[in-house]
Design a protein around this ligand. Structure first.
Ligand SMILES: *Cc1c(COP(=O)(O)O)cnc(C)c1O
Length: 406
């Protein structure tokens, strides 16, 4: 009799967004004349930048000609894209990252999910609360946690992000081995300062640990004091991997392109204490299990680094940041405390009450959908996430409805 991977049965009930969809569907069925506005799910709404559309078109034409047709490309990505990434995202910011340390993929979600395969089954995890669920769930699936008791998987060190620490967790008092960090943060929109990141790099170095730094929202940073990459911190090249994506930067959620940076100096150890290069292990994994991103998509991603492309992607992020500013102002008028929205497309609202109760209140009174913070972890209780990914028109009318309803 074939058996399942029973770790899957440890996963806490259903996926957050399925719960939300169910409540919204029930409301819409009962109130067909009241259109709802969704400020919940973190998907982009604005179309691709024109430089990307043009690159897709030109590359598609190349694929239709014998002389320029491309079959399988390098699993790690074409050199033109890896070089553009290394130069524009790292070297220009003073980070010594070389093109062969960049692994192009079809999503930071997959990369965040897959990276844990490189590590032993009994390593100690440090995972934020609230959290982008992928970090936690993929480790549950792999059997690195005990069962969930009272909303917490046993054996995980939770990094609590609360109003008390400004939603940026301190390094834990206990040693851990694999640390997930995400700044600008999803769901809170909080950013980490240079000193805060330096404390994490120092902790990782002292503990022979590895930091997985998710900077999917890097393009939204506007404060010049905030680091865009973990590699702006001295010593990070030895202990940190960085995830980036074109999804939020350039509206690629439906086009699919991202990358993982694995510096050659980062190591993890075997049971005999011998260090192994994560770059070698990830290269082995990536070339075995992945067959490259579509050529036209890589050309579209590379187009974001042209002068025109940079201007267009910056304008895209600025547009969403404009929405975020309106949300923050509206929350301020309602005397609700919040973080995020300045250097991130998310606003994390401290509602001062049960987060699902606040969700239902917004849905029933204002026909606006937000994301209940409790769905992101225990520390999300009492909060909701409002997303700036929407049209200006929808944001303005949603805020107008909220102002009347609350
Ligand atoms: C959206 C998002 C990603 C990027 O996902 P893709 O698979 O590249 O679309 C990664 N991390 C976080 C925290 C995100 O919110």
């Amino acid at each position: 009799m074939i058996r399942i991977n029973e770790n899957y049965t440890k996963l806490a009930s259903s996926y957050l967004f399925a719960d939300i969809a169910r409540r919204v569907a029930a409301y819409v069925a009962a109130n067909p004349s009241k259109p709802v506005i969704r400020l919940g799910i973190g998907d982009v709404t604005e179309p691709l930048p024109p430089v990307c559309v043009e690159a897709l078109r030109a590359a598609s034409a190349e694929m239709g000609e014998r002389a320029t047709f491309k079959g399988s490309g390098p699993e790690q990505g074409y050199a033109f894209l890896r070089e553009a990434i290394a130069q524009n995202d790292y070297v220009e910011r003073g980070c010594a990252i070389s093109p062969d340390e960049i692994f192009v993929s079809d999503g930071a979600k997959c990369d965040c999910a897959n990276i844990q395969e490189l590590f032993a089954g009994d390593i100690r995890l440090a995972i934020p609360d609230p959290v982008y669920p992928v970090y936690l769930d993929t480790n549950v699936m792999a059997g690195r946690t005990g069962p969930s008791i009272g909303g917490r998987y046993q054996g995980v060190t939770y990094l609590e992000s609360t109003a008390a620490n400004g939603y940026v967790p301190d390094v834990p008092s206990v040693p851990t081995d694999l640390i997930y960090l995400c700044f600008p943060n999803n769901p809170t929109g909080a950013v980490a300062t240079r000193a805060q990141l330096a404390a994490w790099v120092d902790y990782a170095r002292r503990n022979h640990a590895v930091i997985l730094f998710d900077s999917a929202y890097e393009a939204f940073i506007r404060d010049p004091q905030i680091p865009h990459s973990i590699y702006e911190i001295e010593g990070a090249r030895d202990v940190a991997l960085e995830f980036r994506s074109f999804s939020k930067t350039a509206g690629f959620t439906g086009t699919r392109c991202a990358y993982l940076v694995v510096p050659k100096g980062v190591v993890a150890y075997d049971t005999a204490g011998k260090p192994h290069s994560l770059h070698n292990l990830w290269n082995r994994r990536h070339t075995t299990k992945f067959n490259g991103v579509a050529y036209p998509v890589q050309k579209a991603a590379a187009a974001t680094y042209t002068e025109e492309g940079r201007r267009q992607t910056r304008a895209l992020a600025d547009f969403y940041l404009g929405n975020a500013k309106l949300v923050r102002q509206a929350m301020g008028r309602l005397r609700l405390r919040c973080v995020g929205g300045d250097n991130a497309p998310y606003i994390w609202v401290n509602t001062g009450r049960d987060s699902w109760e606040f969700f239902d209140l917004l849905l029933n009174r204002a026909q606006v959908v937000c994301t209940p913070g409790a769905g992101f972890g225990r520390c999300g209780e009492g909060h909701v996430r409002i997303s700036a990914f929407n049209s200006r028109e929808n944001v303005v009318s949603a805020l107008d409805r909220i102002a009347r309803a609350l």
